[in-house]
Design a protein around this ligand. Structure first.
Ligand code: HEM
Length: 108
């Protein structure tokens, strides 16, 4: 998610590779969080922290799908960048929350 902010800066600076990097990483992020969230929800469902981790990761996946749509719409000339950029900040906050939860002990 942090890399997305960096590639976004480069694409606004006019580097053509940055647009491809931003779009490719966006797709990878969506897949990794949706699949990771579902796997965590199934594998860690017995543990309260594990369940919360899975739920937040799955919610991140859904928010990333929305983020992808807003970014693609902006690239298409629609006025969605004002939502796309603050949602990127919210998504970064969610990843930090996940990082804290991932460090907690799971009683499986
Ligand atoms: C974290 C901060 C982020 C910032 C500042 C940012 C900024 C931008 C900017 C400036 C554009 C170009 C819009 C245009 O051409 O008018 C864009 C496009 C896009 N963004 Fe982001 N973005 C961020 C995060 C993300 C994330 C996390 C995703 C993941 C889903 C994402 C997915 C996309 C997509 C799919 C496009 C369209 C690319 C294309 O087809 O050319 N962005 N973003």
């Amino acid at each position: 998610v942090l890399l997305q902010a960096i590639s976004a800066g480069r694409l606004l600076d006019g580097d053509s590779w940055a647009r491809d990097a931003h779009r490719t990483v966006a797709g990878l992020l969506v897949c990794a969080s949706v699949i990771g969230g579902l796997v965590a929800l199934v594998r860690l469902r017995e543990d309260a922290v594990g369940r919360r981790f899975g739920l937040i990761l799955a919610a991140l996946g859904v928010a990333l799908v929305v983020q992808y749509g807003l970014g693609a719409a902006a690239a298409d000339g629609k006025r969605t960048l004002w939502l796309h950029i603050p949602l990127g900040v919210v998504l970064f906050g969610l990843t930090m929350r996940l990082n804290v939860l991932a460090g907690r002990e799971v009683r499986a």
